[in-house]
Design a protein. Sequence first.
Length: 89
Amino acid sequence: MINWKPKAVTDLQTIMSYIAQDNPKAAVEVIDSILGQVDLLENNPHLGRTGRVKNTRELVALKNYIVIYRLVDDAAQILRIKHAAQQWP
């Protein structure tokens, strides 16, 4: 099971809006790619690496986008989506 926290949903919307300013098609492709990688967590919740913040994991969804999540009863709870250039934590 995948559970999205509100900040992660906002992150996706922000990414979409930012990329769409220059290239709407690329924005859709990026979001689709991120969501495709997140879907892999449904059956492989330990797919990502150990996170930099305690009790989190990080999945490099695309070259420049990192999905920060935690495991809750073997379900992935998506906390944030960050661009690699953004400071985290």
